[in-house]
Design a protein around this ligand. Structure first.
Ligand code: NAD
Ligand code: TYD
Length: 356
């Protein structure tokens, strides 16, 4: 939508040093040599410039360290660069941390998004044409499904965790700025991502890390919770398609057509890891430890991604087995990365969260 010609666009990607953001930055830097890609990131515990080593010297890429909760800094950046488009991924993103410290999620996810919206509104005043504020959100805003049904773009918002509530709030503000001020926006709500560079606090990288270390695999409750998993590179492909081709003021659901109960997923992961690590069959599953459930744990997420498929022809390009294998291989080959991110503050978080 923002790119009807192939002119040099200036695109601000927030949260580009994080998990999904780094894959989006890499895709845009490599695919659009004429663009100027600016990655703005505060480099919290979840942000890591190691994720972008391969593109850091590209001539169409620059990194700005900064915090989206700092309104005057954000206004300054907008007037300095004169962006055509924003892809907003910066967020506090982990449900368990939101239960421990909900205010941090309000600050970054709500106030931070407001600062970006205000800066875009002011900076683009009177020239909304060919501008776009693309807000990356989550399916968790819809709350929990029962055993059947799918989230569509029309499903009512019904967030249960502080993380989901903060993302829902930011989505509402984005839409309200579109309605009230005419700010051109798009929102996409995606299911659980997995892949290289994901911080090992979310299920898949945490369990890969713990299997390597032969540490317990803490399964919450009875493990019968269902998530719809999407390989991160397929999410980045969807973001690219939506950014360039969607009509303005639309929302898209993005999902993997790939539902797994946690305990089945963990079983598959254990089997693959046993083979990769040349361990006896069944060795990793011995590490499974049922622990106290997460409060307000959503039973099931599943996305109906037929709209993005119909409008833009998007589908996941890899099967779950392929994606998981690529992911495991990446973590096995990048144990230094794992070691770096799990030193220091990570240990404190881990002890507090799992209290073994
Ligand atoms: P992440 O936690 O890996 O990365 C977040 C990035 O934002 C980090 O680089 C961090 O340094 C940066 N950041 C945090 N607070 C900031 C601030 N105040 N100012 C500037 N930068 C800040 O998250 P992710 O998993 O890559 O998720 C990215 C986006 O996608 C988030 O908006 C999230 O809600 C959404 N999302 C994630 C998933 C998923 O499964 N991971 C699924 C759907 C949607
Ligand atoms: P997570 O990766 O935190 O993503 P989300 O909560 O955003 O879906 O968790 C995925 C599922 O795995 C969720 O049902 C919670 C569960 N889970 C565990 O059982 N143990 C863990 O240690 C973690 C982090 C998650």
């Amino acid at each position: 939508m923002v790119n009807k010609d192939k002119n040099k666009l200036k695109v601000l990607i927030t949260g580009g040093a994080g998990f999904i953001g780094s894959h989006v930055v890499r895709l845009f830097v490599n695919k659009y040599p004429n663009y100027e890609i600016v990655n703005l990131d505060a480099l919290t515990y979840a942000g890591n410039l190691e994720n972008l080593k391969d593109v850091e010297n590209a001539s169409n890429y620059s990194f700005v360290k900064g915090d989206i909760t700092d309104a005057s800094f954000i206004h300054k950046i907008f007037s300095e660069y004169q962006f055509n488009g924003v892809i907003h991924l910066a967020a506090e993103s982990h449900v368990d941390r939101s239960i421990a410290d909900p205010l941090a999620f309000v600050k970054t996810n709500v106030i931070g998004t407001m600062n970006l919206l205000n800066a875009a509104k002011e900076n683009w005043k009177g020239q909304f044409e060919n501008k776009l504020f693309y807000h990356i959100s989550t399916d968790e805003v819809y709350g929990s499904l029962g055993e059947s049904g799918l989230f569509t773009e029309e499903t009512n918002y019904d967030p249960n965790s502080p993380y989901a509530a903060s993302k829902a709030s930011s989505d509402h503000f984005v839409r309200a700025y579109g309605e009230t001020y005419g700010l051109p926006y798009i929102i996409s709500n995606c299911s659980n991502n997995y892949g290289p560079n994901q911080f090992p606090e979310k299920l898949i990288p945490l369990f890969i890390h713990n299997i390597i270390q032969e540490q317990p695999l803490p399964v919450y409750g009875d493990g019968n919770y269902t998530r719809d998993w999407l390989f991160v590179i397929d999410h980045a492909r969807a973001i690219d398609l939506i950014f360039h081709n969607s009509e303005k003021n639309k929302t898209y659901n993005v999902g993997g057509f790939n539902e797994w109960k946690n305990i089945d997923l963990v079983g598959l992961l254990c089997r693959i890891m046993d083979k990769k690590l040349h361990r006896q069959e069944g060795a990793s599953s011995q590490l499974i430890t049922y622990v106290k459930d997460r409060p307000a744990h959503d039973l099931r997420y599943a996305i109906d991604a037929s709209k993005i498929n119909k409008d833009l022809g998007w589908r996941p390009s890899v099967t779950f087995e392929e994606g998981l294998e690529k992911t495991i291989d990446w973590y096995l080959e990048n144990q230094k990365w794992l070691k770096n991110v799990t030193s220091g503050a990570y240990q404190e978080y881990y002890k507090e969260q799992y209290k073994y």
